[in-house]
Design a protein around this ligand. Structure first.
Ligand code: ADP
Length: 192
């Protein structure tokens, strides 16, 4: 089993790359953002609560998000490995992920792959995505800037968590999608 954390700011390309890596390595993507959006479209209590944070560009509180992930993992029985996209976003989530992957699969996080992209490029990409994604949090530059502020205030430090574990690899998220997939793949293969 191989478990990957795909890390990076909003708009850095985590979701796009996760789709390619899923295919290439026979892994399953778990995106907390997608899980929240499913709850929002079904108007569950969790969805209504999450939406109140997401529409402001804020992180959903840790207890809610960790519970969401735990429920998702409990449904997984036969996966060969997972790509965590958009989780962890805080140190508490990173610690919880180690515990959950251990207790659910008797496994661990093998590598954290971080996509680095400049802020101005992130904002450009997110505004462009907002034209077609239907995501309210992509359509407004103030919300995007708030998400980036949350990233720097709460999430960026998660990199230190994985650096301390010695399994952090940084990749420049600039260039073609294929080139970036190639670099991510090389980093994964070194860790297989
Ligand atoms: P992006 O990476 O483009 O911001 P996501 O789909 O990963 O998009 O996340 C959308 C929103 O969902 C985030 O801005 C945040 O409000 C919420 N969210 C997703 N994952 C988490 C998480 N692990 N912790 C807290 N909030 C989260």
């Amino acid at each position: 089993m191989i478990n990957i954390v795909l890390f990076g700011a909003p708009g850095s390309g985590k979701g796009t790359q996760a789709k390619f890596l899923e295919q290439k390595f026979n892994l399953k993507q778990i995106s907390t953002g997608d899980l929240f959006r499913e709850h929002i479209s079904q108007k569950t209590d969790l969805g209504i609560l999450a939406e109140s944070y997401i529409k402001k560009g804020h992180l959903v509180p840790d207890d809610v998000t960790i519970q969401l992930l735990q429920t998702a993992l409990e449904k997984e029985t036969d996966g060969q490995g997972y790509i965590f996209d958009g989780f962890p976003r805080t140190r508490a989530q990173a610690e919880a992920l180690d515990i959950l992957v251990n207790s659910t699969f008797n496994s661990k996080i093998n590598i954290c792959l971080a996509l680095k992209v400049e802020d101005e490029e992130l904002i450009k990409r997110l505004l462009k995505r907002g034209e077609s994604s239907g995501r309210a949090d992509d359509a407004n530059e103030n919300i995007i800037r708030e998400r980036l502020a949350e990233y720097y205030a709460k999430t960026a430090d998660v990199a230190e968590y994985y650096k301390n574990q010695g399994n952090y690899v940084e990749i420049l998220g600039k260039g073609s999608i294929e080139e970036i997939t190639e670099q991510l793949s090389e980093a994964i293969e070194k860790n297989l």
